[in-house]
Design a protein around this ligand. Structure first.
Ligand code: NAG
Ligand code: NAG
Ligand code: NAG
Ligand code: NAG
Ligand code: NAG
Ligand code: ZN
Length: 944
């Protein structure tokens, strides 16, 4: 089954309709995509292999001078529209920009050399003054460092003295590209072009995206998170355009053709948060005293009301955080802006948060409920950063999880506050947990907080924007809160934010304040010792409980069990039985087998550990206890908490994947789904079945497997079929997710009712040209209709794709077009991805990934990727590699992949390719060992 775990663009987050699990990956993937895109920045490829950790000390700025404030002037002669191309007197677009900066800094260590970051800028006229004496200090030379440090080195004729106050001014010119980093040009169309090649509807804007290290592409600066400063910014731009920046506008002057927009000083902040925009966008205001909140977008989107939802919830979320953290939002204004081009999905620039359109604009009647949920989640994530990240910043990028893990974790509480009906918490943590488990089961994973010296080069920094940082980061914080309990946790956070405001911290600081919170609330936990075992070590454990002997032990969980590991964690365990629920988690003591007599003797028929999955570990039991749990699930599943119903499935499948239990146990756990109507257990099963599908959908296992799923999903499908047939959805948000999943699974497994329904609905659309399909259901109904249809359906979907301006609709259709089983149509579609007139380059990788997920398209896509790697890797190489290799399970495929790794320039995709190679090896062995067993199981199960 082609479960679309890949996310593209905005969509990363916003549009993965497949399952909530996709949302899990939501933020994660969004950011992941960012990492991939960044691979295309003009940074030269690292010259040392990624395994080398010895680096020149020149990668980091010396601490001899410390910036205090910047005066920055930036002039952009570019136009937002080029109206009359044929009129020779009309202006041509200009993408160059110029500027100057004056930096006030303090010298804290005597030096006659100033190092500052500058990238792709032509810098001149360096002047240094002593601010105490007003004397000028002569500059003897200025040069770019000939390595990857991106330093501009300014040599002085006399030394700066420690304790002295100085200023440095520089003049520079640069160029704007359409590249998503630093300051760049984004484009969109207004209205509908009158004919092909008509440029009169083209519109342009300038926007920035500076995290982690692109502020240096905009102006020379001390571009490290610890070098916080105040920024006084003036943007000089065309009169009809509007400029926004981090701080509110101070004054606007009109001089000749130009508008000088001067902004108030920013709060003291890191350079990666520096942002501005120049556009003709319009805004929707929210009422929220005393902060002025505005949501900006294309004028057409504002007029259509697409900014309304964001404007409505932003103030509520801000207020939630102000109360939670007991610190008011620090600026007078908060702008949010929806951009046609941005990668990642969103960026938390202080006072000017940028979003992909799909991550901010809710289109009533076209967006699904899942998209609404992801919009709320992304806004909540970015607003959390205004405290976690902007106010208190990590000392260095190796501590990235401090802001990303935290924002991911806390956003779910904010969404729960503003949209209680979403019932977010379970689904959110379920998806984060499973996403983290998956990648952290490989030896190629990395510790949540790697050693600082391992994260120095651009490439190292960018590769940290991954599932580990976001999802594992969120999950270990959740585990900490479970152990400390909410009052101690919140108190710790408040102290941390208060004491480190406008400064930087690392994990030791966070643990220090959490310890204070714990002590104040009588929680006896050694926070640093407990958390270090989770943040500094790679991976996570599987806990094994034998209810007969009462033995309990831990072991590093890895898919590839041949790897030796003696890692040990501080594991908090909460258990329950039919009659007993442990009131708080108890720590598993060291690695020694431990006898939990009391628990075991009270357990009765079964014992369940890791209640509600608050711990970041898997659990295995002796066969008797597994058996008792399965019986409970099949007779009265409600006694087992929902999160655990999900996790039992996930654990069983993954334990089987790691060859710790029999795969038949995992399959047996899916039997209870016959009666299950809740979303999470189904979602978990489908996620895990996906692996089996990928391994066996080219073999004789496929038929019996489809038959089994079809019979399991029938009840679920019928539960909703009255609504589905009339294109209606249940009121309850989680039930809506179940309904969507029911359609996905039923159609994919070929349930005749579902296939007929999809054909009928799509046929009506083709006939009347009115689409009555509910937005929640479009993704899978379109896909099924195209899959079971032919050229006519495909062409119809393609013409709809070209004629709609609706982002979510475009996403559904792009996906549907890849669902066809006709090779010639798939080839045609692949060809389209190379033609920017047909498919925008940013969408190409998503489409190729999507094609590569199907049996019919996988080989086509793999050849295509290798033939057009340079073009496609701009749109997200990690996502592509992950998608196209996910079915690899033969020696031949392994060899091809290894040759690919050796022959191609992989950039930031290098780690993903290594992971794919490791995964392929695991797959080869797994398939050869399990094929017969699986075939027998499915045949037996479907025989009756
Ligand atoms: C920026 O503005 C602040 C407040 O007006 C001022 O104190 C500071 O000196 C300015 N910085 C520079 C470099 O001009
Ligand atoms: C060219 O464009 C300018 C500015 O828009 C306009 O004033 C002028 O009349 C145009 N000339 C012709 C020949 O169309
Ligand atoms: C715009 O560019 C074209 C082609 O390079 C050139 O012929 C024309 O003179 C330019 N127009 C202006 C106003 O600079
Ligand atoms: C920077 O540019 C602005 C605007 O062009 C100008 O007024 C200012 O004098 C320049 N400052 C320096 C130090 O060159
Ligand atoms: C559990 O403990 C019993 C009693 O010591 C032992 O016989 C059995 O083999 C153990 N089961 C597992 C799976 O380790
Ligand atoms: Zn973030």
């Amino acid at each position: 089954m082609a479960k679309d775990t890949h996310i593209s663009k905005a969509i990363a987050i916003a549009f993965v309709v497949l399952t909530i699990s996709a949302i899990a990956g939501l933020i994660t993937m969004i950011i992941l995509y960012k990492a991939q895109i960044s691979a295309m920045n003009p940074t030269p490829p690292p010259t040392v292999p990624s395994t080398t950790t010895v680096l020149p000390p020149t990668m980091r700025l010396p601490r001899s001078v410390i910036p205090e404030s910047y005066e920055v002037f930036l002039r952009f002669p570019f136009y937002t529209k080029i109206l009359e191309v044929v009129n020779v007197t009309s202006p041509n677009q200009t993408t160059n920009f110029s500027g100057n900066t004056t930096i006030h800094f303090q010298c804290v260590q005597r030096t006659s050399t100033i190092y500052i970051h500058s990238m792709e800028l032509e810098v001149s006229e360096a002047k240094v003054f002593n601010r105490n004496t007003d004397g000028e200090i002569q500059v003897s030379s200025m040069s770019s460092h000939e390595d990857h440090s991106e330093f501009l080195v300014i040599e002085l004729n006399e030394a700066l003295e420690s304790g002295g106050n100085y200023s440095l001014s520089l003049v520079f010119v640069g160029e704007l590209y359409h590249n998503f980093d630093g300051a760049y040009i984004s484009s969109y169309t207004e209205g509908v072009p009158s004919h092909e090649g008509d440029k009169s509807a083209d519109r342009f804007l300038i926007i920035t995206n500076n995290e982690p290290i692109y502020a240096r592409n905009v102006f020379p600066c001390f571009d490290e998170p610890e070098m916080k400063a105040v920024f006084n910014v003036t943007i000089i731009h065309r009169r009809q355009t509007t400029a926004l920046a981090n701080a509110p506008v101070d004054k606007i002057q009109l001089i000749d053709d130009w508008k000088y927009t001067r902004f108030h000083s920013t709060p003291k902040m890191s350079t990666y948060l520096f942002a501005f925009a120049v556009s003709e966008f319009e805004a929707t205001a929210s009422s929220y005293e005393p902060v002025v909140i505005k949501t900006y977008a294309r004028p057409e989107a504002v007029a259509a009301g697409h900014t309304k939802y964001a404007a409505e919830i932003t103030g509520k979320i801000l207020s939630f955080y102000e109360n939670l953290f007991e610190i008011k939002y620090m600026q007078q204004k908060l702008d949010q802006i929806a951009l046609p081009d941005l990668s990642p999905a969103a960026m938390e620039n202080w006072g000017l948060i940028t979003y992909q359109e799909g991550a901010l604009l809710y289109e009533e009647g076209a967006s699904s409920s899942l998209q609404k949920e992801s919009i709320a989640t992304i806004i909540a994530h970015e607003l959390a950063h205004q405290w976690f990240g902007n106010l208190v910043t990590m000392k260095w990028w190796n501590q990235l999880f401090l802001k990303e893990g935290f924002a991911t974790y806390i956003s779910c509480f904010a969404v729960d506050h503003v949209e209680p009906s979403f019932n977010m918490k379970d689904s959110f943590f379920a998806s984060e947990l499973q996403a983290a488990f998956e990648v952290d089961s490989l030896t190629s994973s990395h510790p949540l907080v790697p050693p600082e010296e391992d994260i120095q080069r651009t490439y190292d920094i960018i590769s940290l924007y991954d599932i580990i940082t976001y999802s594992k980061g969120a999950i270990v914080l959740r585990m900490l809160e479970d152990v400390l309990e909410a009052p101690a946790f919140i108190q710790g956070i408040r102290m941390y934010l208060r004491d480190l405001s406008y400064a930087n911290g690392d994990q030791n600081d966070l643990w220090h304040y959490m310890q204070k919170g714990a002590d104040a609330n009588n929680r006896q936990v050694d926070v640093a010792k407990f958390m270090d075992s989770w943040t500094k070590q790679i991976g996570y454990p599987v806990i094994t409980i034998n209810t007969t002997s009462g033995e309990i032990s831990q072991k590093h969980f890895l898919f590839n069990d041949s790897s030796q590991s003696s890692l040990v964690w501080d594991v908090p365990i909460r258990v329950m039985s039919k009659t007993f629920l442990s009131p708080k988690p108890v720590f598993l003591k060291t690695s020694q087998p431990e006898i939990w007599d009391e628990l075991i003797s009270s357990s009765g028929d079964w014992l369940l550990a890791n209640v509600n999955c608050t711990g970041y570990y898997r659990v295995n039991y002796n066969p008797e206890n597994w058996e008792a749990l399965l019986t409970q699930l099949e007779t009265n599943r409600s006694l087992i908490p929902l999160m655990n119903r999900m996790q039992l499935i996930d654990d069983a499948f993954n334990l089987a994947r790691a060859k710790i239990v029999n795969v038949t146990l995992a399959l047996n756990v899916t039997r209870f789904l016959y009666n299950e109507t809740d979303f999470h257990p189904w979602d978990s099963a489908m996620r895990n079945f996906q692996y089996i599908y990928l391994m066996f959908d080219r073999t004789e296992v496929y038929g019996p497997m489809q038959t089994y799923l079809r019979s399991q999903v029938r009840n679920l499908y019928m539960f909703f079929s009255n609504s589905t047939d009339h294109s209606q959805v249940p009121v309850d948000h989680m039930q809506q997710q179940s309904q969507t999943l029911a359609v996905q699974v039923a159609c994919n497994s070929g349930l005749p009712d579902c296939v007929a329904m999809a054909k009928r609905m799509f046929g009506l659309w083709m006939k009347d040209n009115t689409n009555i399909i509910h937005p929640n259901l479009r993704h899978w109904i379109y896909c099924e209709a195209v899959a079971s249809g032919g050229k006519e359906e495909w062409d119809f979907a393609w013409s709809q794709y070209q004629s709609t301006n609706d982002t979510s609709e475009k996403y559904h259709l792009r996906h549907a077009l890849s669902c066809t089983k006709k090779i010639w149509l798939l080839n045609r579609y692949l060809g389209y991805t190379l033609d920017p007139e047909k498919i925008q380059q940013v969408d190409a990788a998503e489409i190729v990934s999507s094609i590569s997920k199907s049996v019919a398209g996988q080989v086509l896509a793999w050849n295509f990727i290798r033939a057009h790697w340079d073009y496609l890797s701009h749109g997200g190489p990690a996502v592509l590699i992950h998608a196209v290799t996910s079915r690899f399970s033969t020696q031949f495929e392994l060899q091809e992949l290894e040759r690919f790794a050796a022959d191609y320039h992989l950039g930031s995709a290098e780690r993903v390719v290594q992971q794919a190679i490791e995964q392929t090896r695991v797959n080869i062995q797994w398939v050869s060992e399990h094929k017969d067993v699986l075939l027998q199981w499915f045949e037996r199960e479907t025989a009756s």
